[in-house]
Design a protein around this ligand. Structure first.
Ligand SMILES: Cc1cc2nc3c(=O)[nH]c(=O)nc-3n(C[C@H](O)[C@H](O)[C@H](O)COP(=O)(O)OP(=O)(O)OC[C@H]3O[C@@H](n4cnc5c(N)ncnc54)[C@H](O)[C@@H]3O)c2cc1C
Length: 509
């Protein structure tokens, strides 16, 4: 799992070696923090000193400028130090991409060097008690008062709550219903710790994230200057979206270093555990289990770096970032479960780092957009992509005596657009796709005519009970199909009959 990818540049390859060495040198200390359930401040300071927090920050603002790929490399390795990986991740997610795309030059000069130095940690604050997956529905409000904003509300599940100095938040700046519908009501702000009225409310005891503070924060008339507003008023949704692909990718990558350690643990353990006078690695089931884990580790790693490259090349890989987030966290759960099974009872103890990955994975499947939300994004965007929306119309082929996917023109093309002929088109489609409706555009493609002309004919055919119209929510004709009477009227029964050659005439009726 230690491969560098060929498309990485020399600096990315160099940081990969460097951060691996860093993890090796600090592994024991991270374990001690884990066991003592203490926040790993000294390790965080060491990470800062190495400059890793600046991995994605441009050089002119004090960073290493190694892009999404470099950020993945560092996140994946620091993830092996558990709490350190999570804190690193959230700190760079709390403003980096958002400032790069929406910050003014002054704001970049103020905040980016702070992110890069890692001297102060950052927290990303989207979630609220009543706004989780529905992230735009925030209740925290920001009201303008002269050159300042007054913020009131609560955020929850905030990783790095308390230990962070910078809080990148989203608040609503309008109650206008029309704006809320178009996400035009939220605005992004940077709030620093220490502002009067800004306090920590609670730290959550969680299934995972053992020594990472995660909690609730409270804004009680917190005043911040307008220069802390990132992006235009009401443009917070776009600011949030700008950071989300990067967030999902880095949130995914933080797991892939852990996979490497689990695999090494499994080889080590199963070569030394003897049952039925055999080391357990000789059992086919164990070998298969380890092979599955290696496969998942490699697939998720490859996909994450593919997505990182797309971002570095200036793309907006919404679908890929969601896939990376989804598969890395689902695979982490599968890998955790399988690893525990391979290790037996020892795997259930906290002495081996297998149960940890399972707990972390469960967090991963919920944080930064749940798996269900990632699937929604993947579906919705792909449903609009021309690549997946190619014409798949089928035509009857006399040569094949079967319906085949074809670009050829419909046999009805050029006929008069009359009720009878439109009914024929729709009924003929039953012969081709017996269970499908046609869209009005399918009918139009087959016979021609204008949209309103066809709409009228559909309505007349519907009134006569010859077709069924499926209407969308606004009442528009979305799909049409022939009724039984319509099929009878359009063609004789023989038209629809079809039997394979081997089928005996004697058995037909
Ligand atoms: C450990 C941890 C760290 C976190 N860190 C941060 C942080 O640093 N900053 C931050 O802002 N937030 C953070 N979060 C919050 C996290 O992003 C949210 O928990 C997450 O977005 C889900 O919101 P929710 O918990 O309110 O669940 P809900 O949104 O209430 O979802 C509950 C269930 O309903 C499903 N669901 C919701 N909507 C739909 C839909 N439309 N279709 C299908 N299913 C749906 C969900 O998939 C889920 O299964 C963190 C959470 C955890 C647990």
């Amino acid at each position: 799992m230690s491969e560098e990818f060929f498309w990485w540049n020399d600096e990315q390859k160099a940081i990969y070696k460097d951060v691996r060495q860093f993890v090796q040198d600090n592994f024991e200390e991270a374990e001690e923090y884990f066991w003592n359930t203490k926040f790993p401040w000294s390790l965080v300071k060491k990470v800062a000193k190495k400059g890793y927090f600046g991995v994605g920050v441009p050089k002119e603002y004090g960073g290493l400028e190694l892009g999404a790929t470099g950020s993945c490399i560092v996140a994946a390795q620091l993830g092996r130090l558990y709490a350190v990986g999570h804190v690193f991740t959230v700190s760079i997610l709390a403003g980096l991409e958002q400032l790069l795309r929406f910050g003014t030059e002054d704001q970049k000069r103020t905040w980016l060097p702070k992110i890069a130095s890692g001297e102060e940690l950052g927290a990303l604050c989207i979630t609220e008690p009543f706004a989780g997956s529905d992230a735009a529905n925030v209740f925290t409000s920001a009201i303008k008062d002269g050159d300042e904003w007054i913020i009131n509300g609560k955020k929850r599940f905030i990783t790095g709550a308390g230990v962070s100095d910078r809080y990148f938040i989203y608040a609503k700046t309008s109650d206008d219903k029309a704006l809320r519908k178009q996400y035009g009501h939220i605005t992004a702000f940077m709030v620093e710790k220490g502002r009067p009225g800004f306090s920590l409310e609670k730290i959550n005891p969680l299934i995972g994230f053992d020594n990472v503070p995660n909690g609730y924060i409270d804004f009680d008339h917190v005043r911040i200057p307008d220069i802390n507003r990132i992006g235009a008023v009401g443009n917070g949704w776009n600011v949030m979206m700008a950071g989300l692909n990067f967030e999902r990718l880095i949130g995914a990558a933080v797991f892939s270093g852990l996979f490497e350690d689990v695999i090494a643990l499994l080889f080590h353990f199963t070569k030394r555990r003897v049952q039925f006078r055999k080391t357990t690695n000789q059992f086919p089931g164990i070998q298969e289990g380890i092979a599955e884990i290696i496969t998942k580790a490699k697939v998720s790693r490859l996909f994450s770096y593919h997505c990182a490259k797309l971002i570095d090349d200036g793309g907006e890989p919404m679908v890929e970032a969601s896939i990376a987030k989804m598969i890395n966290t689902e695979y982490a759960r599968d890998i955790g479960l399988k690893a525990i099974q391979i290790l037996g009872g020892d795997g259930l103890t906290k002495f081996l780092p297998a149960e940890r990955i399972l707990r972390e994975a469960k967090v991963g499947e919920i944080v930064a957009g749940t798996t269900e939300v990632q699937k929604m994004i993947i579906y919705r965007f792909c449903a609009m992509l021309p690549f997946y929306n190619k014409p798949m119309r089928m035509r009857w082929s006399d040569e094949a005596n079967a319906p085949i996917i074809s670009k050829r023109e419909s046999q009805f093309k050029g006929m008069d657009v009359t009720e009878n002929n439109v009914l024929k088109v729709i009924s003929h489609d039953y012969k081709i796709n017996p269970g499908l409706y046609m869209t009005p555009d399918d009918v139009r493609e087959d016979i021609g005519g204008g949209r309103s002309e066809l709409r009228k004919i559909f309505e007349q055919l519907e009134q006569q009970g010859l077709i069924v119209i499926h209407r969308d929510r606004s009442g528009k004709t979305a799909l049409v199909k022939a009724t039984y009477d319509g099929l009878q009227k359009a063609f004789p029964k023989e038209y629809y009959r079809w039997f394979p050659d081997w089928y005996e005439d004697a058995d037909k009726f």
